[in-house]
Design a protein. Structure first.
Length: 272
């Protein structure tokens, strides 16, 4: 996909995210906006999937471990045809299949229920291990949040992934530096995050998380039989000036004035 087309698609998806959040008056804009290009790299470019066959046995598995960024995931799934675009209007509504966190029992295209942070990373490792055991060739991608890596279960999963040589597992970190209560470094610093994953036995990369080509280049690098970790440097609230790098927008829906201003910023065809 040409860079110009990538930017337009990303802008369109961000508008869908904001529309969902505004209509429901509930949800998480900051992390949903920061993760867009990471999910685009997987769903539009890298992963082997079939939207018309969401349960195809040999599909690659994509786990949104930071489940609160579900609006970004839903916008992409609808765009790909997993379900009608009109369903996005019912985000977080009673009886809607688009809940505040992904539910594989309700939403086509969701591979793992997530929301309890850290669990998605562990399940992804289990899926990758199962593929090895069953002789399957599918790859497992897990998208994590930086605040999520403060959960100990993530490190248990990392230790197991390296021990079992899960070279069919790729962990991608949406590293925007902020979480619900403030900056990671103030709440509980992650330290040298790439150094830590390297020490655990991962092949590691650091990329601009809003550069799809850079993300894909990292995912295409050979790992020498090791699991992969890609640290994607992103901006929380990407694309909306008054939301960018503001932790207050972690879990707050825009009001009418804010929504109008945000949608206006996301119009046009220039750089974001």
């Amino acid at each position: 996909m040409p860079v110009s087309a990538q930017r337009e698609k990303a802008r369109h998806l961000r508008r869908q995210v904001l529309s969902m959040l505004y209509k429901s008056q509930s949800g998480h804009p900051g992390g949903s906006l920061s993760v867009i290009e990471i999910l685009m790299a997987l769903y539009y470019n890298k992963a082997s999937i079939r939207p018309d066959q969401p349960h195809w046995d040999d599909r690659d598995r994509i786990v949104l471990s930071k489940g609160h960024a579900a609006p970004a995931l839903y916008a992409i799934l609808a765009d790909l045809g997993y379900f009608p675009l009109s369903d996005l209007d019912n985000f977080r509504q009673v009886d809607s299949h688009l809940q505040g966190h992904p539910d594989m029992g309700k939403t086509p295209g969701v591979d793992v229920n997530t929301g309890s942070l850290g669990h998605g990373v562990s399940v992804a490792g289990g899926l990758a291990n199962a593929a090895k055991y069953l002789g399957k060739n599918y790859h497992v991608y897990a998208v994590m949040g930086d605040g999520e890596l403060q959960e100990g279960i993530c490190w248990e999963a990392a230790m197991a992934a390296a021990h079992y040589g899960l070279d069919n597992l790729s962990l991608l970190l949406d590293y925007n530096g902020l979480q619900i209560d403030g900056a990671n470094d103030e709440v509980l610093s992650l330290g040298d995050i790439t150094g830590k994953f390297a020490a655990f036995g991962f092949a590691v990369h650091t990329v601009d998380g809003h550069d799809i080509d850079a993300i894909l280049a990292a995912l295409n690098e050979p790992t020498g039989g090791r699991p992969r970790f890609v640290c994607c440097r992103t901006i929380k609230g990407k694309g909306v000036s008054f939301m960018e790098d503001q932790y207050g927008w972690h879990g707050k829906a825009p009001n009418a004035k804010e929504y109008e201003a945000a949608m206006k910023e996301l119009e046009g065809a220039g750089d974001e």
